[in-house]
Design a protein around this ligand. Structure first.
Ligand SMILES: C[S@@+](CC[C@H](N)C(=O)[O-])C[C@H]1O[C@@H](n2cnc3c(N)ncnc32)[C@H](O)[C@@H]1O
Length: 251
């Protein structure tokens, strides 16, 4: 499909069609990159997330199905119609855009520290045709409005340095900065849960994706920083994957 530009149905219906020499060369080149283990999403430049077709690039993480649990958690909350939401570490824009499509009256800001990621997010927003999003380059909360958001979500880097997972499968090709968070993998989760309090409104929610063994640490952090109604949601494999907490105070 990538090489010929034809649909799956067309390829199946006309499977006897010949491809051109140029297409054959492109196919050979893509196959050899795939043989080296390069992820399909990078080879074809796109990946489906929440039934949206998103452009991806080597500067950002390939959106994962696990992250759809975070989107579902946000949609399950009882939030105002005109919710102001913030997605920290937007990457390809996956979370921001899924929320924007599902909740057209929300306004969602996506932040990433990489300009390449922000360009990708904006291109994806344009392609999907959503207007209720803004993407900005930034370092976590820097320059954002305090006491403003009803919802803060993030899928931050959460692997520890030297994690054996970094040497396996697709992950080998993804940017280290999007994956690694210090010696224990908790650095960014801790930073976000500590400072989210200053940017949430009273009654606002924080939802974080984390590693499958990090649930107890993240719940402890949430409680330490004063969040209430703290709980963790498991993914389809039964692993703790997403934790959330409610901020009940004025600061
Ligand atoms: C695990 S990826 C998640 C990407 C996307 N949200 C997703 O779920 O597919 C983490 C993202 O956080 C961004 N990031 C890392 N440190 C950051 C920081 N200090 N400020 C803003 N973004 C940061 C990375 O560039 C990367 O795009």
């Amino acid at each position: 499909m990538k090489v010929t530009g034809a649909t799956r149905a067309h390829l199946l219906a006309f499977s006897q069609s010949l491809i051109t020499t140029k297409q054959g060369n492109t196919l050979e080149m893509l196959l050899s990159r795939r043989e080296q283990g390069e992820p399909i999403a990078y080879l074809i430049g796109e990946r489906e997330f929440w039934s949206l077709s998103l452009r991806v690039s080597v500067s950002t993480l390939i959106p994962r199905p696990e992250t759809e649990h975070l989107v579902q958690c946000a949609l399950n909350l009882s939030l105002p119609i005109y919710t102001k939401a913030l997605d920290l570490g937007a990457g390809s824009g996956a979370i921001t855009l899924a929320l924007a499509v599902e909740r057209p009256k929300w306004n969602i800001v996506g932040i990433d520290r990489l300009s390449e990621a922000i360009s990708l997010c904006r291109a994806n927003a344009l392609q999907i045709g959503v207007k209720n999003v803004q993407f900005y380059k930034g370092d976590w909360f820097k320059f954002l409005k305090r006491n403003f958001y009803h919802l803060i979500v993030s899928n931050p880097p959460y692997l520890k340095e030297g994690d054996p997972f970094l040497t396996q499968g697709d992950v080998r090709f993804e940017p280290r900065e999007a994956l690694i968070a210090g010696k224990d993998g908790l650095k960014d989760l801790e930073f976000i849960s500590k400072y989210a309090r200053d940017y949430l409104r009273k009654g606002g929610w924080l939802i974080l994706e984390h590693g499958w063994k990090q649930g107890p640490s993240v719940r402890r952090m949430f409680s330490k920083f004063g969040f209430e109604k703290v709980n963790t949601i498991k993914d389809y494999s039964g692993n703790e994957r997403v934790s959330q907490g409610k901020w009940m105070f004025n600061r």
